[in-house]
Design a protein around this ligand. Structure first.
Ligand SMILES: [Zn+2]
Length: 181
């Protein structure tokens, strides 16, 4: 397993994400296409998601957006709407907390989440490639799945063994939701 990086500098992430059409412009276009209004909270939520390279919690997004801009319920509602528009993708932390990241309809990818520090790393490997195709062949439609990997990152193992003189075991968990008919 690749060691998780602990860099989480918003400025670096934003600077790296400036292709011809910026993700923010893309998200704005999606919102307009859905005949939804471009509101300050909606843009603030997308900006918050852009600042983080991995999935983040609703509370974290609300913290970034600021209580003065909108309440937590508005963040929930916006994210639910964004999810149906494929602007965001939902995943889960090891304790079941919902996490969101910007997807903008791009290909599905998976993450390994550190159980100690919560740092998320993207896996450029699909463990279920072909499964959806097989299920489609069996006549299933609207197939969905949830797969999350959890472990303790290399940096946290070092911190933990320094602090307690113990070794933290690596673990991995796989949750597979059965597809809905
Ligand atoms: Zn960690």
């Amino acid at each position: 397993m690749i060691a998780a990086t602990h860099s989480n500098h918003p400025i670096a992430t934003v600077a790296a994400a400036t292709p011809r059409t910026s993700p923010l412009q893309e998200a704005r276009a999606c919102i307009r296409q859905a005949k939804m209004r471009i509101t300050k909270p909606r843009i603030a939520i997308i900006e918050s998601l852009l600042q983080h390279k991995g999935p983040i919690s609703i509370e974290r997004i609300h913290h970034d957006v600021g209580a003065a801009v909108c309440d937590l319920v508005t963040v929930y509602r916006c994210l639910a709407a964004f999810e149906t528009l494929n602007i965001v993708r939902r995943s889960y932390s090891h304790n079941g907390t919902c996490l969101y990241e910007l997807s903008l309809g791009r290909d599905r990818h998976y993450h390994i989440v550190c159980k100690a520090c919560g740092e998320t790393e993207r896996l450029d490997y699909s463990p279920v490639e072909g499964v959806e195709r097989m299920l489609q062949d069996r006549g299933y439609t609207q197939i969905s799945h949830v797969i999350e990997f959890f472990g303790v990152c290399a940096a946290c193992q070092k911190t933990s063994s320094r602090a307690h003189g113990i070794k933290t075991g690596k673990s991995k968990r796989l949750i597979v939701a059965t597809p809905s008919h």
